[in-house]
Design a protein around this ligand. Structure first.
Ligand code: AMP
Length: 409
């Protein structure tokens, strides 16, 4: 089945072809025609399912009709919980509209970048605003944005937005956008909180549920290898060589470690880089683009890259350090095997983290063979006391604080 069934314009079809989108994903099959019916929609779909294009394509199709030369008015407002996701959505709008006769103006409204430039673009007139709630409220506070012409309101990753405690910000924004609009709400999970917020935003929403589109876990070859901590770098090089991995994302526990190891790999002749929350937004964008364009072969990252990033063609994800939360395991390995491709996820195990890995396996019903690689001696101790990872009670940082520290908000 191709995108032809949607009767899309030549311009959009050409952009899809250039982007190598040949077949609509399940969420696209359901959502594209529904958006065209002008109804409110609630979609349960996760990152990796192609959900972004499922709203970008039909929205663009209606905006294409607008050919007048008057100053653009904001017709689309998309809210997303993090900066990276916001930039990716904006990029999807711009790449898929690149053959339109009239170039659309798309503005990303995010923290960490100069507010002045964003204000200027808004004042010049724009068609689409993709924003994180905090920065959008700053701009609304300055009375520098007219949202009265919004026709489409998209809330992406609603569950994460609520998890991060953005309820109040959302309420503020909802107060000032026109009541008469089409609402599209996307969420990976449907908790009571999500249902409550959906009832504030949508009316008679059509519900779409896309099962197991998440991470295509079944397409990922999962491996777990015992290795001494001090041998992990050498084992990583061995695995890259042996498997001819060309694009590898390596997750590590802390920022400094990613910098150190990236430098070591560069010295050994690899195209490597580190990626973490201490980089400026500009540096992060550059690094990500280089990784996407295959100028970087190995990216050493903290969990900043585990959610929602559109990087295709990663051959292998490595858990150099295991993730703290069991959920993060799925988010991390989901960076490979995207859009129907296959991929490998490798976790490095030792006597300290084995019990934590077993918890991950239990949570997701996995039973991964524990390997040892020739030349990398390892002694498995029986009944070793495992190091706990639980933080001291009462001193736990909120998810919002943690993301802020990483520079994600
Ligand atoms: P998303 O779920 O929106 O984060 O998209 C996941 C990835 O799939 C992105 O890198 C998209 O560029 C890619 N993608 C989306 N739709 C398609 C499609 N129909 N064919 C191939 N790749 C796609």
């Amino acid at each position: 089945m191709s995108f032809d069934i949607f009767n899309l314009s030549l311009e959009l079809s050409k952009a899809l072809e250039k982007n190598n989108y040949k077949t609509p994903t399940p969420v696209q099959k359901e959502v594209i025609p529904l958006v065209k019916t002008k109804q409110d929609i609630m979609v349960q779909a996760k990152t990796g399912s192609g959900k972004t294009a499922s709203f970008v394509i039909p929205i663009l199709e209606t905006l294409k009709e607008n050919k007048d030369n008057k100053k653009a008015k904001i017709k689309v407002l998309v809210l997303a919980p993090t900066r990276e996701l916001t930039l990716q959505i904006a990029e999807s709008f711009s790449t898929l509209s690149r053959f339109f006769p009239k170039v659309l103006s798309i503005v990303s409204v995010i923290g960490g970048e100069k507010i002045g430039e964003q204000l200027l673009k808004i004042q010049k007139g724009c068609d689409i605003v993709v924003a994180t709630p905090g920065r959008l409220l700053d701009i609304i506070g300055k009375k520098q944005i007219d949202l009265s012409t919004i026709e489409y309101f998209v809330l992406d990753e609603a569950d994460k937005m609520l998890d991060l405690g953005f309820v109040q910000e959302l309420d503020e924004i909802l107060k000032i956008i026109p009541k008469n609009r089409q609402n599209l709400l996307f969420s990976a999970t449907y908790s009571q909180k999500v249902i409550d917020i959906a009832s504030k935003i949508t009316s008679n929403a059509v519900k779409v549920e896309i099962k197991d589109s998440t991470t295509h876990v079944e397409e990922i070859t999962q491996r777990a290898i015992f290795v001494k901590k001090e041998d992990r770098s050498a084992l990583l090089r061995h695995l890259i060589k042996e498997n001819k991995f060309k694009s590898v994302l390596v997750f590590m526990a802390n920022k400094r470690a990613t910098d150190n190891i990236a430098n070591k790999f560069i010295k050994k002749g690899y195209e490597a880089e580190s990626f973490h929350g201490d980089l400026t937004q500009e540096e992060r964008n550059l690094t990500l683009n280089d990784f996407k364009d295959k100028k970087i072969d190995i990216l050493f990252s903290t969990d900043i890259a585990s959610r929602g990033l559109h990087i295709d063609d990663i051959d292998c994800v490595v858990n150099f350090d295991l993730p703290r939360g069991t959920e993060d395991y799925i988010h991390r390995i989901g960076r490979t095997a995207r859009a129907g491709k296959s991929g490998t996820a490798i976790s490095f195990l030792d006597n300290e983290n084995l019990s934590h890995f077993k918890l991950i396996e239990k949570r997701y019903n996995l039973d991964i063979k524990k390997e040892q690689i020739e030349g990398f001696d390892f002694t498995l101790l029986k009944n070793t006391k495992q190091k706990g990872t639980a933080p001291v009670k009462g001193k736990r940082k909120s998810k919002k604080d943690k993301l802020r520290e990483q520079g994600l908000l």
